[in-house]
Each structure stands twice: as C-alpha cells, then as structure tokens.
Design a protein around this ligand. Sequence first.
Ligand code: TEU
Ligand code: CA
Length: 526
Amino acid sequence: MKQAWWKERVFYQIYPRSFLDTNDDGVGDLRGIIEKLDYLKSLGIGAIWLCPVYDSPNDDNGYDIRDYENIMAEFGTMADFDALLEGLHARDIKLVMDLVVNHSSDEHAWFNESRKAKDNPYRDYYIWRDGKDGNIPNNWASFFAPSAWKLDETTGQYYLHLFSEKQPDLNWENPVLREEVYAMVNRWFDRGVDGFRMDVINCIAKDEGLPDGSGSPNAAGCYAGRDCLCLGEAPFTSPEEGAKMLDEETGIFDMIFPFDLMEIDDGPNGKYDPVPWTLAKFKQIVNRWQTAAEHGWGSLFWSNHDQARAVSRFGCTDTEELRVRSAKMLAAAMHLLRGTPFVYQGEELGMTNTPFPDASAIRDIEGINALNEARISGRYDQIWKGILHKGRDHARTPMKWNASANAGFTTGEPWIMVNPNYVSINAAAEENDSDSVLNFYRKLIAIRNSSRTLQYGAYRPLCTEHTQLFAYERELDGETFMIVCNMSGERVSLPEELHGQVVLSNCEHTEVGVFAPYEARVLRKI
Ligand code: TEU
Ligand code: CA
C-alpha cells in the first residue's frame, strides 16, 4: 500500500459561515478560522476541508460560485485567505478547498455572456436546449426543484440546472471550458492549497440526449505531478463503480465520498421520509465500502454540512449521559476503520440537531424549496417532520464556543439560529471536563495518529451476525487492534473472542465481559 499524507491525517471540515464571526455581522469569516487555529491544532487533526469561500451570491451558501478566483466579501479578503493558509501550514495542517465545477452561479461572468445570444462565444460553456412541444426538454428533476430546466426569455431556450435555478450546469464536453477550469485549479495549487474536494464531480458528465464529446470529462486532469489530494463527492455511486474510481493504479480519485451511509434511513419518498436505520444494513454498507476501497482508500464520516447531526441521527440523545457516551462510541466506530476520518465542525462536541420552531427558521434552499412544493402537494406536515429529522440546517447552526450569548459565535444577529442547548454543550465547558466528547476525540485522534496499524492495517469484520455489537479488527505486521462498539441501548455480554487489553474506552467503569449501552472499547489483542 502506497503511503500518503492524506491517509495518515485526520480531517476537520469547516463550514465557514457558521464557524466564528469576528466582525459582528452574524456571519462566520476567515479571520474567525484564523482565531481558532490553535483549537484546531489541539484536536490533533492534520488537514482541513474548507467549504466554499469563493465570491458567491449565496443562493446555496457558496456552492453557487460567481468568481472562482476571489474570496466572498462576507468572509474576508484574499489577504485573509493567504494568512489562513500560512497559519495552517505553520502548524503542519494541510488545506483542502471545495471545488464546485458541476455548475457555477447564474451571476458568473461566463453565464452572463452565455445567456445573451445563441452565438455568444460562451454559449457552449453551459447546457442549452430547445423545449419539446412548448415544454421542458426532458423530464430530468433537479435536486432542489421538480424540473432541472429553466426557460431563459432572452433566447427562448432552456438551460440545465441539476441544483437550483441559480446554479446552471457547466458543459464539460466543451474543451475550452475544461482548460479554463484546469488553469484556475492550478493557480490555486500555485497559491499553496493541498487539494480539492470536488463537489458532485461524478455528475459533470451528462449522458442521455447530449452530444458526444472527445473523451470522458475528467476534472482530475489537472493534478499531474502534484502531491495534492483529489477527493470526489460521488452521489449515486455503487461500491463496484467506487472500486474502479479508487483503484490506486487505474482510478481517477484518491478518495471519494459515497452516499450509501447517508441514505441508510431514506424512506420510499426519499430523504425527508426517514425510516429507522438498522445495524445489519450499517454493517453491510461498511463492509461493502471497506472492500471497495481495498485497492485504494476510503473516506470515513458520519456527517457533513448536508446532513443532520451524527449523535441525533445515529446515537442516542435520551439523556445527557447517553448523548456523551454514544457520541464517543460513534467516533471510535468510524475513526478506526481503514480510511481517512473526517470530523464535521461541532461533531467533536457531540452537537445535536436544532429544534427549529417553524419554517421561518430554515435557511437552506433545499429545505425552503421542499417546503414550498409541499404546500402545493399537501405533504407539508410530512416534509416538515423530515426536515426536523434530516434537514441540512442542523449541520449549519453555529459552532458553540462558550456559554455566552449566541454561544460565542457572534455578538451580532446570527444568520441562522443558535441551538439553545449551547448553555451546556459548548467547547469551553468541554475543554474543562476530562470526560467530555471533545477530550475523547483528542485521545482517539492521537491514537490513530501514532499507530501505523490503525492507519494502514488490514480490516476484517468481527461478529458479523451480532445484532447489537459492531466490531472489527485492524492488523499489521503481527499487531492487532479490535474495535468493539455496542450500537444498542441494551447491556450486551461480550463474546469470548473479543477479549483484549483496553487501549481506549468511553465508559469510566468497564465491566469485564459486559458492555453497557453504547459502550465502545478499543482493544489490543494479546
Ligand atoms: O451536494 C450534493 C448532493 O448530492 C446532496 O448531498 C445535496 O446536498 C442534497 O442534500 C441532496 O438531497 C453538494 C454539496 O455538498 C451541497 O452542499 C450543495 O448544495 C450541492 O452539492 C450543490 O453544489
Ligand atoms: Ca463576519
């Protein structure tokens, strides 16, 4: 197995809008991240994935980019960006940016030109089609709207938008567009960034009814010769397809973010129709992806800026004790699998879902559009329940730094509500508590950082049929760790073969041979 910096380091994902505000406008900013560099370092993380900070009108919070080579004014300046990069590198933390090139903003200069006339030189940067019989060109749905097509009056043609109307899809069949993107990416590399997380990158090639291009579009084409991470966000990807993308010899990505785990509780009507997840399905997903990444590398995560809070969704928040214990258990279960762990901001505090009082508290375009449609279709109550369970805004309420007003996130009016439980759940309180979720994350990350076996060792599932325990081992050169997690709220007796020397546990008092609800142990085989 080839060694690489991105295999050995734990990542931390930052959603800048919600991290820390330093100029009282209620919006997080780059200076806010700079202020917390020592906090980040103290976690033991070795890399940051920074959600988009480019100039954007914020229809989808920066995932609609107006200018790929400028910083969003609300977040700061290019000088702030350079200072952030320098501060990270000075602490030996890598910076991976978010690259959104499936689409741009409709306010991007390319689109302003493109929509002017059918013979505009930029027309072909986007995907334009005539309507069919006075209607939309085909039945493609958008993630954020019923149709992926929008009629543009100027030329009477429709443009494709897989996401919102303000996110027109770029045409990757156009070689000129590709070269522009490659050159832009290279300018960021020259600036010093260490890689990209490429947004919905497997959607850039459109099939069905669209013209043949020369070769298959490949946004990884600009990495040649750089020791930079190419990480693709890959919805709709099966483990078999994933294995091909990840193959260390022939694949195009170093890592991908697949969606199976994030969709584990989708019901018949999708994400806002949640059903209970099961341990059997969880094990199947983990095993399939650990196998798919055998000749490459996996990504390990419970949540991100598009998902509900991990402990509310996969752990137990019935009591404060169980919230803390299950948040730690989830961390141990995920971090020691084979692959690179990603911590989403606030996860290290065991942050929970936010009790949004009503639709006026929702800021996410996906949620707002879903509610608007639901008003028409009569499914409002169902969709609202779904949003309370799985809406993207749960991840986006502000980071909770301390017990002062607005959790110390801002002294202004926060752009989105703060979770009221900040009074007890916050970084300052957890800093001073040796049994906090925060301090457990530090121990866990330190263990992984210092063990080649936990970084590179082979994965083997244990107790595969067990209905409460999730367990696996990692082995390298004769050293073996066993990770055993009780994913249920019941006491479980420990099978004989899982006994070993305790390296880390999430319970103060461990009983030999018995696991408390949500207990986790990392064991060294003796
Ligand atoms: O997300 C792509 C994606 O497929 C979904 O997770 C999407 O967020 C939605 O929840 C599906 O129901 C990426 C970004 O992570 C997301 O924040 C952006 O909104 C989206 O692309 C468009 O750029
Ligand atoms: Ca600010």
